[in-house]
Design a protein around this ligand. Sequence first.
Ligand SMILES: [Zn+2]
Ligand SMILES: [Zn+2]
Length: 292
Amino acid sequence: MNPHHTADFLAANANVDTVKSLVDELKTMRPAYTSILDLFGPIFLAQERARESVTARPGKVTEARLESFQHQERFLVDKTAFTIDMVSAKLLFGEICAIAVKSDAREMRSQTVLMRTIMAPDFDPGPLFQAVINDDEDFFRTTALAYQTSPQTLHLPAYNSIKPSITSGASMLKRYLPEDLSWQKPGCPVCGSLPVLSFLDAAGNRILICGFCWSEWKVPRIWCPFCLETDSRKLHYQSGDSEKEYRIDVCDQCRFYLKTIDTRRLDRPFYAPLEALVTAHLDLHMKNYHAA
Ligand SMILES: [Zn+2]
Ligand SMILES: [Zn+2]
C-alpha cells in the first residue's frame, strides 16, 4: 500500500465484506442507483474474489522502455503487455453474464438473450478479452453487429472479466514507480490510459486513478491532466452543497473535466469503482464539457 493510504482506504481493491456493506450503504443513501448497484455490486464482489487467486504476470519491461519512462517521455508499458489469466477470466465472464441476465438495470433489460448466448459453453470469450487489450474497436463493432447488440454491451462483461488480471498485473509493475513520482504527462504512468476519477488523500495530495489498469498516481494540484494547463485562471472546480465529498475539476483550456472525491470529507471507506458508479448524476451537469 502507498504511504498516503489511511487504514480504511481502499481505492481500487478491497475485501469482499467491505464492498458488500458499502453497496448496501450506498443503496440506502442513493436509492436512484439501486438497479445499477444490483448489477455492479455483485460484479465488483466477483472481481474481488477472483483477484485473490488470479495469476497474471505482465511482460518484462525493457531497459530502453524503462529509461524513457524514467525521463517521463513514455508511460511504462503498452496495454498489450498485460497478460490474462484465462481460467479465471472465463469463469468470471460466466458469472458476470449470469448477473447481467438477472439485472433490472436499463442497460441490461433487453440483453437477456445475448447474455444467455455468450455465457453458453460453446461461446469462447477469449477473442473479446484480447480485443479489449488490443483496443480493437473494429472487432467489437463487427461482433456486436453479428449478435445484434452494441459494442459497449459486449465490452462490459469482457473488460470486467479481465480486470482482476489487469489490476494484478498493474500492482506488479508498481515497483518501477518511484515513491515520489510526480507524473506530468497526460494519461496513466503505467499504461497510458486516461484517468477515470481523482481523489484528494488525507494529506491533500491530488491522486489520479487509471480507467484501465486502476493504477494511482500523484499529480500537481493546479494542473490539467488532459492538456497540461497550469494557469490557475483557467482551472477551477465546481462543488455542490449537498454532497460535500465530491467536486468536479474543470479546465477552460481543453474543456475536459474530472470528478474528484475529497476523501477527507468522506465518511465511508473509499472504493473507487463504486464511487465512479454512484457519481453519474454529476456528469449530467457537465454536458458542455468532455469526460475522459
Ligand atoms: Zn493505467
Ligand atoms: Zn485542460
